[in-house]
Design a protein around this ligand. Sequence first.
Ligand code: BZD
Length: 811
Amino acid sequence: MAKRSTIKKAIEHHLQFTLAHSNDKNPEAFWKATSLAINDIVVEKLTTTRDRQNQPGVRSVNYLSLEYLMGRLLSNNLHNLAIYEEAEKAVKDLGFDLTDLCEQGADLALGNGGLGRLAACFLDSLATLDYPATGYGIHYQHGLFKQSFKDGRQIEEPDLWREFGSPWEICRPESAQLVPLYGHVEHINNADGSTTSKWQPSVQLKGVPWDIPIVGYNSDTVNVLRLWESRSDQAFDWDLFNRGDFLNAHGKNIQAETVSKVLYPNDEHEAGKELRFIQQYFFCACSIKDIIARHQTINGVDWAAFAKDTAIQLNDTHPTIAILEFMRVLMDEYQFTHLDAWALCREVFAYTNHTLLPEALEKWSVSLFERVLPRHLEILYTINEDFLNNEVSVKWPDDNQIRAKLSLIEEGGEKKVRMAHLCVAAAHKVNGVAEIHSKLVKQDLFPEFDALYPGKLTNVTNGITPRRWLKACNPKLSALLNKHVKEDWAKDLDSLSSLEKLADDAKLQKAFMDIKLENKKALADEILASTGVKVNPEAIFDIQIKRLHEYKRQHLNFLHIVALYRRLLENPELEMHPRVFIFGAKAAPGYRLAKEIIYAINKVADKVNNDARIKDKLKVVFLPNYRVSLAEKMIPAADVSEQISTAGKEASGTGNMKLALNGAVTIGTLDGANIEIAEEVGDDNIFIFGNTVEQVKAIKAEGYNPYSYYEQNAEIKAVLDWLDTDYFTPGKPYELSAVKHSLLDGGDPYLVLADYQSYSDAHQALDEAYRDEKRWARMAILNTALMGKFNSDRSINDYVDRIWQIKPCTK
Ligand code: BZD
């Protein structure tokens, strides 16, 4: 283990020789020097890990994801290397505070939300459990946009995460890959009567990899996250330059660089843009070539060994083109027959589904495919023909309806490729991300595929890494847990269940709730600094953090806040514990209603927070720029976790797990992983409300009429009508009407009004529970104690057992 003196020396060395900053106290330079010093230790471990893993017979998984929400790495790496305390002393010797330093540096925000953060948690667990694994992704120049509010409205600005470099990355130009695009396919007639297809691409990009080391917690392993950056194949057009066209001499570079320029900010909605399609292919082509190259360096060209040693996991359908690219390489470069190539694909690929929302299911137009990847389309047609004739029609002879339903190509209107169908046909396993979600994938999304391929569709419930989401982000609670639990709970999270028997212990309750209060004070300071709103740390901190989306129903929370405000105006003596509602959420820039919801919350917040009549019983804050590093401050301070999606819509959720682990009590619907959280903590320690999946289906089948709720529930009517007035936007009536219209004229697609009363009642019960201090402390402790199931190490071991069949590779 690195000692204080060694770390100190390494920091001084980097300050002086890498950064040329010998004597000053520039915190930015000091952060960089510290990160570089720690990276020295990391890289040494990376090299020994690679030597161990790059041996014939070592099976590894390749995780393909367009998104990784890594957050900051300094604190995480120090904790995982178990040198946080030594580094703290070393840094102190040099006149700095490690907590402050860990707050420096931009987040690596190369993702939108849950899917990207899940990928980051999985990498942490894979390295912790010593599994050989490589993450593949895109080295976006700009990650998810930075959010601010102007007059209550969301403003987006570009994210500049590596404007001044990033100390953790290693560029590997020697492993660059070339990526062909566009052009046409030539068909050459062979002497034996067969034809050979030859793709003649017209454009070529270069993919340059940047490696980010992924440090396991108390393990032997440092794996790699390899991110591809696009460049032009030819660096510079000397012809143009010599002719005096200085600006365009860089033209090709600029075009090529746009491919990895920016992360698309649409979650759960496909933009259908050509550049996104090219991004996906660029990423898949680089990754597939890299996987093959690595295999050949170890094994030579031995395809039987390839299937034995290689698992490829597709994180949603975004990297589906990897399947077609693998087929193309096998057939066109290694002379595989179509059938042999397909058989190998089926051994290697597996696919994770993260959504049932129809608007999020990817479909790319056949004409776009034809233009950008003509050879891949040809291969796809053959796959589809085989699939329909040899599988679908064998199971359902002469059933054209089923053929049309399952086909990889959607007909009628513009022809489109159904990416999810290709994934299910090719993968040997398909998993959903929580029990209920996987059940609905089988029942509602792919029932025929489930019948065609029994056992292929399975579940792996999501998880979160307890290292980042408790040990590092909540040091005070971690110290308390260390006192009471003898096992290393950050690895063995189930061991926290030994706290169950102490849940009523007065001393533990006090210590637990004191820490919560300390964390709330720290968040209150942050709220004051970033919004100017002063909140009372003794109030209930009620937190909803997630992307802004109608199905997640921030507007249900909003309506209830407006109702509480109204109740308080009518009766300022209303018995309720003071409450602070705290939001964090980014809306996709093109999602109009989501942005209107943000605006409405901000406008109501302005009014409520400045109304002396309600005596500080209610405050509302919307923290700008929600991201991993802000989540790390909010989650330890939460009393209440809002998980209120329409049943059947949230595949799993992972914020629900993080908040409960930090002692927040959930108010939630029976949706996604909430159901499994309720099973773990028991009905007494969670507030469940709202219609179930079955009830939602029944309501919709009957013909849902939101007006009936508006007319029959006086509070709903009063609240919605209030939004049409200028009460919250003086001089501008109807400014907040968009929410009302979406719920009434828009048909309330996510059943906000149908669940309103039940939600309001659950909040009432929650308020009463909070006022019983012992009862609440017990609930909070039990939530922390009983989250063992949601350790992402358990999820990874499920993937290993059910899908990947890999083994730990230790010293
Ligand atoms: O994936 C989310 C689901 O909505 C959550 O329920 C689930 O817990 C997590 C992890 O499984 N999905 C996303 O976050 N999806 C995206 O971010 C996304 C991004 C691009 C395109 C489509 C969806």
